[in-house]
Design a protein around this ligand. Structure first.
Ligand SMILES: [Zn+2]
Length: 128
């Protein structure tokens, strides 16, 4: 069984729901949600609200820590590659690398399609 963890939303305990209520009748309190997994904030927040609350409090500090983009990122013919599957023709060339800007298609294997990190690097450049 995976370990329980707390929602990282700074205001999670302030949302009044039944599952957050803890304690005996004379000492009721609401607590931060605790689960084995969460869907939001990359698995760290219980709801979109808590994800938004986290961002409101920590988002700017996260940008300051990891650094702002200070010039535009650019998509060119060189880094516009993605893998695609042609669902309409199951027996033909069903897998290909596709360039968004030139619309060029290059056939690839099913294995290359399923592990696209082997043919397209994290910059979007084709490596085969
Ligand atoms: Zn929460």
């Amino acid at each position: 069984m995976s370990q329980l963890k707390y929602c990282q939303g700074p205001k999670c305990h302030t949302y009044d729901t039944k599952d957050r209520k803890k304690g005996p009748k004379d000492n009721k309190r609401n607590e931060t949600r605790r689960r084995s997994s969460f869907y939001y904030l990359d698995g760290n927040a219980c709801s979109m609200q808590c994800q938004g609350d986290w961002f409101d409090v920590y988002g700017t500090r996260a940008l300051q820590h990891f650094g702002y983009i200070t010039q535009p990122k650019v998509l060119t013919q060189d880094n516009a590659w993605r893998v695609r599957r042609n669902w309409n023709h199951p027996n033909a060339d069903t897998y290909y690398a596709y360039n968004y800007l030139t619309e060029e298609r290059r056939p690839i294997t099913e294995q290359q399609y399923n592990d696209d990190n082997t043919i397209i690097n994290d910059q979007g450049q084709l490596t085969i």
